[in-house]
Design a binder for this molecule. Structure first.
Ligand code: DGI
Ligand code: FE
Ligand code: FE
Length: 193
C-alpha cells in the first residue's frame, strides 16, 4: 500500500472523529498492524481496517439508523434499542462507499468489530482484539493478561474479551445483542481450557 493512501484515510478520520476517538483509531490501527505481523496477516489490511473501524462512531443514532434502513440492512430489536451498536455495520458500508475499500475481509472486520461473530477470519479477530486492548484503553479488567495472551493465543484473547464484555453488560443491565452471545458460545467451544 502506498503511504499516501493510509495518510489520506488518517486525515479523513481526523475530520469525522473528535480528538479522543481519533487517538483511539490510530492506536487500534498500530496495535492491529503488530498483531498482523505476529500472525502472518497482511499488515496493510490491518492498518486500513483499524483506521476505518470506527468511521461511523461519531454519528448520531438517527443518522446510523437512517444509513442502515436505507440500505435495507437487518436491524435487530437490540440495535433499535441501542442504535450506537450500528456504528460497526454503518461503518462497514461507509468504508466501501465513501472510503473506497473493496476488500471483503476488511469490510467484515469493520462490520463485526463490536459484537464479533462465530468463526471470525484472522483479520476480523485482529481488529476485534486490537479495539479492546489498544494502549489507550485503561478501564477493563484483565487488560494486562489479555494483552499478553493476544500474542500467544488469539482465540483465547477473543474469548476473554467476550467473557469480560458480557459480564460488564450484564452487570450494567445493558441490552445484549444475540451475535455477541453467539460469538461467546462459539469461542468457548473452540478454546481449550
Ligand atoms: O467503538 P468502541 O468504543 O471503540 O468499541 P466497540 O465498537 O467494541 O463498542 C464498545 C461497546 O460495545 C463496549 O462497551 C461493549 C459494547 N458491546 C459489545 N457487544 C454489545 C455491546 N453493547 C451492548 N449494549 N450490547 C452488546 O451486545
Ligand atoms: Fe467501535
Ligand atoms: Fe473502536
Amino acid at each position: 500500500m502506498k503511504t499516501s493512501e493510509l495518510s489520506k484515510l488518517r486525515k479523513e478520520m481526523s475530520k469525522v472523529q473528535d480528538g479522543k476517538r481519533f487517538e483511539h483509531t490510530l492506536s487500534v490501527a498500530y496495535t492491529a498492524s503488530n498483531l498482523a505481523a505476529c500472525y502472518g496477516e497482511n499488515v496493510d489490511y490491518a492498518l486500513i481496517a483499524g483506521m476505518l473501524h470506527d468511521c461511523a462512531k461519531c454519528m448520531p443514532d438517527k443518522k446510523l439508523l437512517s444509513i442502515c434502513e436505507k440500505q435495507h440492512m437487518q436491524i435487530s430489536g437490540e440495535e433499535y434499542r441501542k442504535p450506537s451498536l450500528l456504528h460497526a455495520k454503518a461503518g462497514s458500508y461507509l468504508a466501501e462507499k465513501k472510503y473506497n475499500v473493496k476488500n471483503r475481509d476488511i469490510l467484515n472486520a469493520i462490520c463485526y468489530h463490536t459484537t464479533g461473530r462465530p468463526g471470525m477470519s484472522l483479520l476480523e479477530k485482529i481488529i476485534f482484539v486490537a479495539d479492546y486492548m489498544e494502549p489507550g484503553r485503561r478501564q477493563a479488567p484483565r487488560l494486562d493478561q489479555i494483552r499478553r495472551t493476544a500474542y500467544t493465543d488469539l482465540d483465547k484473547a477473543v474469548l476473554m474479551i467476550l467473557d469480560d464484555t458480557l459480564n460488564y453488560l450484564q452487570a450494567s443491565s445493558s441490552v445484549i445483542e444475540k451475535t455477541t452471545q453467539e460469538t461467546y458460545q462459539y469461542y468457548k467451544g473452540h478454546v481449550e481450557d
